[in-house]
Design a protein around this ligand. Sequence first.
Ligand SMILES: C[S@@+](CC[C@H](N)C(=O)[O-])C[C@H]1O[C@@H](n2cnc3c(N)ncnc32)[C@H](O)[C@@H]1O
Length: 395
Amino acid sequence: MNKLVKGDCLLELKKIADNSIDLIYLDPPFYTQKKQTLSKKENEKIKKYEFADSWDNIAEYLNYLKERIIECKRILKKSGNIFLHCDRKACHYLKIVMDEVFGINNFRSEIIWSYKRWSNSKKGLLNSHQNIYFYSKTSDFKFNTLYTNYSLTTNLDQILQNRVKDNNGITVYQTDEHGNVVNNYNKKGVPLSDVWNIPYLNPKAKERNGYPTQKPILLLEQIIKIGSDEGDVVLDPFCGSGTTLAAAKMLKRKYIGFDISDDAINLCKERLAGNIVKTSSKLLENGIEKYDNKTKEEQYIINLFGGLPVQRNSGFDAIIPSKDSNKVIAIKFQKNNESLENCIKKINNACKIKGIKNKIIIKSSNSSIKSTINNNDDVIILSSYKELIINLIKR
Ligand SMILES: C[S@@+](CC[C@H](N)C(=O)[O-])C[C@H]1O[C@@H](n2cnc3c(N)ncnc32)[C@H](O)[C@@H]1O
């Protein structure tokens, strides 16, 4: 049943029987009005992948997609779901097209795929999300709820207490015959929301295959899990490098993929035949809190001086940036179990690598390690940190 076909998806969709597909994910060109290109080095040769995304006008683009979306609706089962991926270039128009084809009542969610990006190149707000419209064919659609962890601010005690309705129909916490609260430890977490923080594939990620606008497998896995079950058929009419198909295969779904480009189909074939590489996200596995290792006091001091916290660097905990590189300051907080000698060594090494000249160590107020340090280095060691940093900034 798995199928990979080179061709215009309009023609290929027309060959598929009515009411036969469980889930469709479409990631068409986004109306960027340019050719999408990316190159990858392969056995010392450069392989260039590209696809066209230029249109006479928005009406042409919308008609082109609408024709294909109508076919998608025809082939979806009654319990079927469709996910249309787009971005700010045309999402507002495409929502209307989807409403027209599937009906406003079958609109389920607008999923915001949110990710971090680092760029100073543009005037204005940095784009860091894309939109995925989730519609079902009917109200009798398949849906598997996924759960995420409770947030740090959630009062878990309260969440775990069972609730019941009293004689007046008011919801109250359940108590047993002795008046003790009845807990339910069988909670699964918070149902997944419509904002998904999934990292963008970084240029060096092993999962990267060189195809322009390649989406992460993690994103597709989530879509496939909520909208289908094992053994179901997943179809991607604009499959590109085959991310949907790879995720479907990993999740034991059957898959069908179309793409108009020979290169894309060849890349898909290779990807599906080999071991599928998926970049796991430490951020997702551990939670963002894991990376925030500053105490409240440290965070306060960093904020006080307009510093930027630095994570995962044992050499320093923050920098105070400056346009003049000679004035950048690195700050390290001595940990309770860390000697001052060790602190100095670490900040010196880290600053040497980064070319930072100004170094401050803020001594731990309750360090149990006594130090007989003779600091011949140019590191400033503060116990009364505030005044000294203020003076240093003023210099
Ligand atoms: C945004 S890319 C898909 C990227 C893919 N999701 C991935 O992760 O690699 C869009 C794809 O649509 C293909 N395409 C454009 N017009 C098409 C058409 N009429 N029929 C089938 N594929 C088409 C392009 O060749 C391109 O590979």
